[in-house]
Design a protein around this ligand. Structure first.
Ligand code: GTP
Ligand code: MG
Length: 206
């Protein structure tokens, strides 16, 4: 899929104030610093569309970006950032869960996982939460430029094992990406395109 336009629409912390457009949207979620905002920039081919930082906790609101004038990418705050105060952390979690439970336009969540690390409890818990809430999701492994191809395969296999050990019957649809060198760009965009095609052929949604 070709990205013709990508524009920032609005940031807010309340799901009811998100754009009312009846168009499909795809949200990026994962631990702080995993590379959510960088991935949005990589996919849209815009250097600074979403704000990134080497310090965790950069994205603090729900950010809507309209793509090709007919679907949204949504950048969300990370979870699991230990240095925010307990109170702030709770607010993040509340509006993250509110977003996933109430946003009708959401058609797929992309859960980002740093390919370098072993399965982390908080990510498995979040994936289980999405499963229980009935939110369709895919896994996107990030920062593939930081390890070898062989290690990448090993780590994906280990992740599959961790999910099976947590009562998942199979590895969800997944992608390996690097925002540094655009690895995985076509695969993720083609996936979104295929879901969009299906939705646009179904008059109920729009
Ligand atoms: P929060 O908004 O804080 O939750 O973080 P985020 O998940 O949006 O991460 P962000 O995109 O801001 O990236 C965090 C850091 O990781 C930045 O220093 C990025 O340059 C770096 N980074 C992100 N993706 C990649 C990647 O694919 N490869 C490499 N080498 N670095 C990456
Ligand atoms: Mg961010």
């Amino acid at each position: 899929m070709k990205i013709n336009t990508a524009e920032f629409i609005v940031s807010n912390s309340v799901v009811s104030k998100c754009p009312q457009d009846r168009i499909p949207e795809y949200a990026f979620i994962g631990r702080s610093n995993v590379g959510k905002s960088s991935l949005i920039n990589m996919l849209t081919n815009h250097k600074n569309l979403a704000k990134t930082s080497s310090r965790p906790g950069k994205t603090q609101l729900i950010n809507h970006f309209k793509i090709n004038n007919n679907w949204f990418l949504v950048d969300l705050p990370g979870y699991g950032y230990a240095r925010v105060s307990k109170k702030t952390k709770e607010i993040f979690q509340k509006f993250i869960t509110d977003y996933f439970e109430k946003r009708e336009q959401l058609v797929c969540a992309f859960v980002l996982i740093d390919i370098r690390h072993e399965a982390q409890k908080i990510d498995i818990e979040f994936i289980n939460y999405l499963g229980e809430a009935g939110v369709p999701f895919c896994i996107i492994f990030t920062k593939a430029d930081k390890i070898s191809k062989g290690k990448t395969e090993q780590h994906v296999a280990a992740y599959r094992k961790a999910l099976l050990a947590n009562n998942w019957e199979e590895m969800p649809q997944h992608f390996v990406t690097s925002s540094l060198d655009a690895v995985g760009r076509d695969e993720v965009l083609n996936y979104i395109d295929s879901v969009n095609q299906e939705i646009f052929s179904n008059d109920d949604f729009v």
